[in-house]
Design a protein around this ligand. Structure first.
Ligand code: WA2
Length: 281
């Protein structure tokens, strides 16, 4: 009967949606674990050894060769915690000034490269990127605390000791919405069961990964069968009064939609996958 066909169709949609959500969530979790491991690598071989065993060239080579470990990421980078009192010494040592992050609302697109960025205005502290995977080399020397979303992430990461995610925003040199994952790196003075204050105090840097959602989700869904059949949207649903679409299209009939939950590992951000058939019954 017609009713059975509709039921069957609804069930098929639910299964396909759940499968896609599971694959995306698993891939995200795999890369989150490797970004975490990378933060420990930097702690061990950059901060834990004198002289450091990591420089930009080593970082670039290692992150490129281990890229397969971080599906969905478009690049990883490491920023140092620099208090204002150490800015001058830091800039002299590195031979460049700490730059202010400028978004394309403020500048024309061609100017949106760090070489053209202004020096960061005076702040209590900065988070300049010192190492970057080649794919995000344009953020080297940029103060990540001068970008609203990156700054929030840095503050939350170091107070919590957990991997944290930004809301979707337009990444530098990208035309798409993306998100950033951040882990704080601590010095060896961090006691077990540390308080927030002790965590902030012991922070020495921030290891971050960026995810260009549209291109990476597209790549992932492409690997699954029946891409022609269903349309998939991914939303940040943290703010229930305004969902943010991170990936998707306008195609399909939303009257019969299935919603699968997505857990990207940061309890203060919520995500969902919305699926529907591209063609009416
Ligand atoms: N990485 C790549 N592109 C971006 C970006 C970012 N943040 N922010 C805006 N566009 C080094 O949390 C520390 C990476 C930030 C880490």
């Amino acid at each position: 009967t017609n009713e059975e066909i509709i039921m069957k169709r609804r069930e098929t949609l639910a299964n396909m949606c759940d499968e896609r959500a599971r694959v995306l969530q698993d891939q995200f979790n795999v890369s989150l674990n490797h970004v975490h491991a990378l933060s420990i690598l930097v702690s061990t071989f950059h901060h834990g050894k004198i002289p450091s065993a990591i420089d930009q060239k080593t970082f670039e080579e290692y992150t490129e060769r281990t890229n397969f470990e971080r599906p969905l990421t478009s690049g990883v980078a490491y920023a140092l915690k620099v208090p204002h009192s150490e800015r001058e010494k830091f800039e002299k040592e590195h031979g460049w000034t700490i730059k202010k992050m400028e978004t394309e609302d403020q500048t024309v697109v061609q100017d949106c490269v760090p070489e053209n960025f202004d020096p960061a205005p005076i702040q209590d502290e900065y988070a300049p990127v010192i190492f970057a995977q080649e794919t995000v080399s344009h953020i080297v020397s940029v103060d990540m605390m001068s970008g609203e979303e990156d700054r929030e992430n840095i503050l939350r990461a170091r107070a919590s000791g957990k991997g944290v995610l930004t809301s979707p925003f337009k990444l530098l040199k990208s035309n798409h919405l993306g998100i950033v994952l951040t882990f704080a790196v601590y010095d060896t003075s961090l006691p077990p069961n540390a308080t927030e204050e002790q965590r902030v105090e012991a922070t020495i840097g921030y290891l971050g990964a960026s995810y260009d959602m549209p291109s990476l989700v597209e790549k992932l869904l492409h690997q699954l069968a029946s891409k022609q059949t269903i349309a998939v949207d991914v939303y940040d649903t943290t703010n229930t009064s305004g969902l943010i679409k991170m990936y998707g299209s306008e195609i399909g009939d939303i009257s019969e939609q299935h919603i699968s939950s997505l857990d990207f590992g940061d309890p203060s951000r919520n995500h969902e996958m919305h699926c529907r058939f591209k063609h009416k019954l």
